[in-house]
Design a protein around this ligand. Structure first.
Ligand SMILES: [Mg+2]
Length: 359
C-alpha cells in the first residue's frame, strides 16, 4: 500500500501582479493582484503549489508570518489534506478561523491537494471522485468603462461566453441603469447578464435600485448589501423578488449554513480561500445540494475548476484571470468553458515572472 509523503517545509512568496483587467468595484479598486504563492515541499521531493489573494498588499507580510507559524507544526505530517484541515480547525477552535488565519489554512490545504495529485499523477478532480470536465463560465468584469470596454464585451460574447457579469453601484443610481441598459444592448438578449454591487448598498437603497433594473432580465444580483448582513440579503430578496447571489464571503461551511438558514440567497458562491479549501467546499456543496442552490465559484479559476467538477449543483464558474501573469500555463477559457488541468491543481509557476513582480 502506498503511503502519502510527509511535509518537509512550506514556503511563501509575495507578488503583486498586473491583471488583464484591473478590477473597479463600488467598494474600492484593485489595480493589481497582491498574491501569496505557497509551496508545500514534501520529503519525497514533490512540491505542492497554491496561491492566495490578499485583496490588499498591506496584508502580505502578516499572511507570510502566519504561514511560517502554521508550517512549523506541519513538518513531518502526512500531506493528507482533509485530515489537516479538520485538525487545524480543531487546533484553532478558541481563536476561530475567520480572516487571515482561515485564508492561510485554506491555501495550505489547496497546496496539499496539489502535492497529493502530483504524488499519484492525477488531477485533484479525479481524487475527489470525478474528472476534469468543461464547465460553463461567465466572463467577470469590474465596473465597466463605456464606451472604452464595449469592444471587450463584444469580444467576450464572440469568444463563446454565454454569460457576463459587471459590477455596478455607482454613486448615482441613474448611472447604474444607464450602464446595465447599454451592456444589455451590447451583449444581446441571448447572453445571461449578472450584476454585482460588491456590498455597496443598505437594504432600502438596494430595493430602490434593484426595482429600477427589472427590465433587463438579470440572471442574478450579487451582494447588494454587506456580506455579513444575511437578514438584509433576505429582506432584499423578498422585497424585490430579484434572484440574489451571495457567498463569496462565507467563512467555512458554517457560513453557508447560516446563509441558508437565513434564506439569504437564491444561489451559493464559494471562494476556496474562505470556505476552507476543498475540504470546506465539499462540506458546503453538500449543504447547497440539500437546499437546491446552484453553486458558483469565486476567483481561483485553476483550483475551482476541480471543485466545480464534483459539485452536484454546480452552476456558472467565474472566469476572472487573477494569477495568469505568474503562471506557466494559465487556465484559458475555450468557447466560454473552463476545464481543470492536472496533475494536482495544474498550477506551474512562471519563475521569471515571479521574480519580476516580487514584493
Ligand atoms: Mg462579487
Amino acid at each position: 500500500m502506498m503511503t502519502l509523503p510527509l511535509v518537509s517545509t512550506v514556503r511563501a512568496r509575495s507578488v503583486d501582479v498586473p491583471m488583464a483587467r484591473p478590477l473597479r468595484t463600488a467598494s474600492g479598486s484593485i489595480p493589481t493582484a497582491p498574491l501569496l504563492l505557497l509551496d508545500v515541499v514534501t520529503e519525497s521531493g514533490v512540491v505542492g503549489h497554491a496561491y492566495l489573494f490578499a485583496y490588499s498588499r498591506l496584508m502580505l507580510p502578516a499572511m507570510t508570518a502566519i504561514v511560517g507559524e502554521v508550517a512549523s507544526g506541519l513538518a513531518g505530517r502526512s500531506i493528507a489534506p482533509t485530515r489537516y484541515m479538520h485538525d487545524m480547525r480543531r487546533e484553532f477552535r478558541l481563536l476561530g478561523t475567520q480572516g487571515l488565519l482561515g485564508m492561510v489554512l485554506s491555501g495550505i490545504e489547496m497546496a496539499l491537494w496539489d502535492a497529493f495529485g502530483k504524488t499519484v499523477d492525477q488531477p485533484v478532480a479525479t481524487l475527489l471522485g470525478g474528472a476534469p470536465v468543461a464547465l460553463r463560465a461567465y466572463d467577470s468584469y469590474g465596473m465597466v468603462d463605456l464606451p472604452r470596454d464595449e469592444a471587450a464585451l463584444r469580444e467576450s460574447v464572440e469568444s463563446g461566453f454565454q454569460a457576463v457579469k459587471i459590477k455596478i453601484g455607482y454613486p448615482d443610481a441613474d448611472h447604474d441603469v444607464a450602464v446595465v441598459r447599454r451592456v444589455r444592448e451590447i451583449v444581446g438578449d441571448d447572453v445571461e447578464l449578472m450584476v454585482d454591487y460588491t456590498q455597496a448598498l443598505d437594504p432600502p437603497e438596494a430595493c430602490r435600485r434593484i426595482r429600477r433594473l427589472r427590465d433587463f432580465d438579470l440572471y442574478w444580483v450579487e451582494e447588494p448589501v454587506a456580506a455579513e448582513d444575511l437578514a438584509g440579503h433576505s429582506f432584499v430578496r423578498r422585497a424585490t423578488r430579484a434572484r440574489i447571489q451571495t457567498g463569496e464571503n462565507w467563512w467555512f461551511p458554517e457560513g453557508c449554513r447560516a446563509a441558508i438558514a437565513a434564506s439569504a440567497s437564491d444561489f451559493a458562491m464559494f471562494d476556496l480561500m474562505k470556505i476552507g479549501g476543498f475540504t470546506g467546499w465539499m462540506l458546503a456543496a453538500g449543504q447547497a445540494h440539500a437546499a437546491s442552490l446552484p453553486v458558483s465559484s469565486h476567483l481561483f479559476v485553476e483550483a475551482s475548476a476541480h471543485a466545480m467538477a464534483v459539485t452536484p449543483t454546480g452552476g456558472w464558474m467565474e472566469y476572472l484571470d487573477l494569477a495568469g501573469a505568474i503562471l506557466q500555463d494559465p487556465c484559458r477559457p475555450v468557447d466560454g468553458h473552463v476545464t481543470a488541468a492536472g496533475p494536482g491543481l495544474g498550477i506551474t509557476w512562471n519563475e521569471a515572472a515571479i521574480e519580476r513582480y516580487a514584493v
